[in-house]
Design a protein around this ligand. Structure first.
Ligand code: XIL
Length: 455
């Protein structure tokens, strides 16, 4: 008690000649509320600081600083920056300040206002770099309708960096089909309209998948022929509804099981082994009837690179579909890890599709770094291993012949939105960081790996 009183008195009498705590450098964060004319700049609290000095510039070296934001004093941990030009690249940084000290500069945050200004596009945006290639391809993102809010950081990144979207789950049968012949188009329409309005390709995912069967169809009490008629009606109506608006569809998803046999789904049980071909034929017929002769039809599946029994079965299924002239391409999901599949395994898998003249969609790429739950934070070692694996995937994809390229789609934007961590479907045992952006929308090393894969 006495000791703490002495300490308190000492602390109070500390004069300016004594050592004071050095001011730490603040950490600037990704902006919020980006719009055509500004954004909210953000940073973290620094102990012993009294205010912050904010710089905003159009140049990442800050050789010229905007007059209103040249060491602007801010007492809060954010500042709404206003009066900017639309579609323009800005940078910001902060220093912490108190009565006696000014800290070093924080990291620099890059932000592009929405709208357009006619300035050149940023070469570190994925689709910008891809579109400069001799043989470009779509850079896809799995999205949810609730994320498509105009001017949000998500929306800005999506429009800046991605040229294709796949619905993560909202265009599956259990979402669209509420009863026989009854459809809820609202959410799916919003997704498709967003793509169409923003010149972003729309990939339809997926017409037939055993994990997205609506309850009414599971419970369907009609004959097998009537069951098949329901599936035909669903495929026909959905393909017709989106004809000319959706560029491609995964017609059947995951029809082969991990032993290399046809998966024992309700579709196999009710419709027999030719059901995959029938579904493709119905999709093709519907597209042509609706005047869309260029709709691309894909078969989509996972783990074909590591599981050769499954790979063999998938490619024999594709042979049948090719013989019937109903398939255009194959989707390799690629829910990979930092260790697997190996480069050689991926290459062999892709090359089989090339040999068959199929378009290739790397359709659901994510790269786990914690599949064994042996790390509790994202370590630098895993960060670099993941970067290398993203780079390898992009290099392999980019090396494909032009005729085989379609899209390379990443399955989610931010790590904290990924389906991977603690996923019951995957039996994933812990947290994970599988994507290209962290929870603050900051690009990760994996994003740099993607860009380097294009060199
Ligand atoms: C997953 C989504 O990411 C989840 O949000 C959803 O709850 C279940 O489906 N293979 C596929 C994808 O083809 O549709 C799955 O997406 C992941 C596995």
């Amino acid at each position: 008690m006495l000791a703490s009183l002495v300490f308190f008195l000492n602390a109070c009498s500390k004069d300016d000649n004594e050592t004071v705590e050095t001011l730490e450098t603040p950490v600037a964060n990704a902006p919020k509320d980006v719009n055509d004319h500004g954004f909210k700049a953000k940073w973290n609290y620094v102990s012993y600081s009294k205010s912050y000095l904010l710089d905003v510039s159009t140049d990442e070296n800050f050789t010229s600083i905007l007059p209103n934001y040249n060491a602007k004093t801010v007492t809060d941990l954010n500042e709404v920056v206003v009066g900017l030009t639309g579609g323009t690249q800005y940078y910001y940084r902060v220093r912490a300040k108190n009565e006696t000290q000014i800290s070093d500069y924080s990291n620099v945050i890059s932000v592009v206002t929405t709208g357009s200004s006619g300035i050149p596009e940023d070469p570190t945006f994925l689709k910008v770099k891809v579109n400069k290639l001799a043989n470009p391809f779509f850079v896809g993102m799995a999205i949810k309708a609730s994320q498509l809010i105009n001017g949000s950081p998500y929306d800005v990144i999506l429009k800046n960096e991605f040229s294709s979207i796949s619905a993560e789950y909202e265009m599956k049968m259990d979402q669209i089909s509420t009863a026989s012949g009854v459809y809820n188009w609202t959410v799916a329409d919003k997704i498709v309209a967003y793509g169409n309005a923003n010149n972003i390709n729309v990939h339809g995912h997926a017409l037939v998948w055993h994990n997205a069967v609506p309850q009414w169809l599971k419970d369907f009490s009609g004959t097998n022929a009537e069951f098949a008629a329901e599936v035909k009606k669903y495929i026909t109506d959905v393909v017709t509804h989106y004809a000319g608006k959706v560029k491609s569809w995964d017609v059947v998803n995951e029809a082969v099981d991990d032993s290399g046999a046809m998966r024992n789904t309700i579709f196999l049980q009710r419709m027999g082994p030719n059901y995959v071909k029938d579904c493709f034929q119905w999709a093709r017929n519907a597209a042509i009837a609706a005047g869309d002769a260029s709709l691309l039809l894909f078969y989509n599946d996972y783990a074909t690179s590591t599981n050769t029994a499954k790979q063999d079965k998938v490619f024999s299924l594709l042979d049948d579909l090719k013989a019937a002239k109903v398939v255009d391409g194959v989707g390799f999901q690629m829910h990979n890890t930092y260790l697997s599949p190996t480069k050689a395994q991926i290459e062999a898998d892709l090359n089989k599709a090339v040999a068959k003249g199929l378009k290739i969609h790397v359709s659901e790429l994510d790269i786990q770094v914690n599949q064994f739950n042996d790390i509790s934070t994202f370590t630098n070692e895993r960060r670099l291993a993941q970067k290398a694996k993203y780079k390898e995937m992009v290099q392999l994809y980019n090396a494909l012949p032009a005729a085989n390229k379609y899209a390379l789609t990443i399955w989610g934007m931010r790590d904290n939105e990924s389906w991977i961590p603690f996923s019951t479907e995957l039996n994933h045992p812990g947290n994970d960081w599988p994507l290209l952006y962290d929870s603050n929308f900051a690009v990760k090393s994996s994003h740099t790996g993607f860009l380097e894969g294009l060199d």
